[in-house]
Design a protein around this ligand. Structure first.
Ligand code: DC
Length: 229
C-alpha cells in the first residue's frame, strides 16, 4: 500500500508531537519533529556565542556558519522514540530547556535558517511514509501532504502541559513565565514574514483542550485510516 505524507501543525505545546510520535509508531512511519531542528540551530547559536546579551542574533555570522549545523535523528531504544542529534551529539535534553525555548522563535524566523531546515525536511520526506510536526509543514514543507492536521488548545491548558513537562524533568519553572513564553512564541511564529504558523486551507482542525491522550490518538488514527482508504 502506498505510504502517505502526514503533516501535523499547530500552536506551541498543544501535544502535536505526542500525537505524531504515537501515530508514527502505530502505523510504522518515520516521525520527524521539525521543531527539534530549529531548537538544535538555537542551541548551536547559544553555544557559539551568536546570541547577544539583549537576545538579538548575530545573523551574518550565523548565516556563514549554517553549513556547520547538521541535524539528524536516531531512534532511542529505551524510549522507542527518535532523539535529536546536533553534529553527531545527542542533544535531546539540552534542546528542551526554557533557555532554548526563549530564543528559538527569533532563530526560526530567519529566512536562511528556514531555507536550510526546509530543504533537509523535504529530503527526509521524499519517499512518503512520514509523520512530521511543526508550524509550516502543511503549508510550506509538504503542501501536497495527503493528510494535514491543525492542532490547537487554550493558552492556559497548553501552558499547564508545558509546565508539567518541565517539572517532570526536574526544572522549577514559574507558571506565568511558561505562559508568557508560549504566547510570545505563538506571536512571533504567526507573524513572521517567511512560512508563518497558519492553518492550511485543506487541514482538519483538532482542538484537544478537553481530550485525553488516548482519545486524540484514536481520532488521529481514524483520520489516517479514512484518508488512506
Ligand atoms: O514545536 P516546538 O515548540 O519544539 O518548536 C520550537 C520553535 O521552532 C517554535 O517556536 C517555532 C519553530 N518552528 C518553526 O518555526 N517551524 C516548524 N516547522 C517547527 C517549529
Amino acid at each position: 500500500m502506498k505510504k502517505i505524507t502526514i503533516a501535523i501543525d499547530g500552536h506551541s505545546s498543544c501535544g502535536k508531537s505526542t500525537m505524531a510520535k504515537d501515530l508514527a509508531r502505530e502505523i510504522g512511519y518515520i516521525y520527524i519533529d521539525s521543531g527539534a531542528m530549529y531548537r538544535c540551530c538555537t542551541l548551536f547559536c547559544m553555544r557559539e556565542g551568536l546570541i547577544n546579551p539583549d537576545g538579538s542574533i548575530q545573523t551574518d555570522e550565523l548565516e556563514r556558519r549554517m553549513k556547520d549545523i547538521r541535524v539528524s535523528f536516531r531512534l532511542n531504544p529505551e524510549t522507542g522514540r527518535p532523539d535529536a542529534y546536533l553534529n553527531g551529539e545527542c542533544v535531546e535534553r539540552e534542546i528542551r530547556t526554557m533557555e532554548v525555548s526563549s530564543h528559538v522563535s527569533p532563530v526560526a524566523a530567519l529566512p536562511f535558517v528556514r531555507a536550510a531546515m526546509t530543504a533537509q525536511q523535504q529530503e527526509m520526506g521524499r519517499e512518503g511514509g512520514i509523520v512530521m510536526d511543526g508550524r509550516d509543514i502543511g503549508t510550506a514543507v509538504f503542501p501536497n501532504a495527503e493528510l494535514k492536521i491543525f492542532v490547537t488548545a487554550s493558552d492556559e491548558i497548553r501552558a499547564q502541559r508545558r509546565y508539567d513537562e518541565l517539572v517532570a524533568k526536574g526544572e522549577k519553572p514559574d507558571f506565568n513565565a511558561v505562559l508568557e513564553n508560549l504566547r510570545e512564541r505563538d506571536r512571533i511564529d504567526s507573524t513572521r514574514a517567511v512560512a508563518p504558523l497558519r492553518q492550511a486551507e485543506d487541514a482538519l482542525v483538532l482542538d484537544n483542550s478537553h481530550m485525553t491522550i488516548p482519545e486524540q490518538k484514536q481520532w488521529l488514527l481514524d483520520r489516517f485510516n479514512e484518508r488512506r482508504d
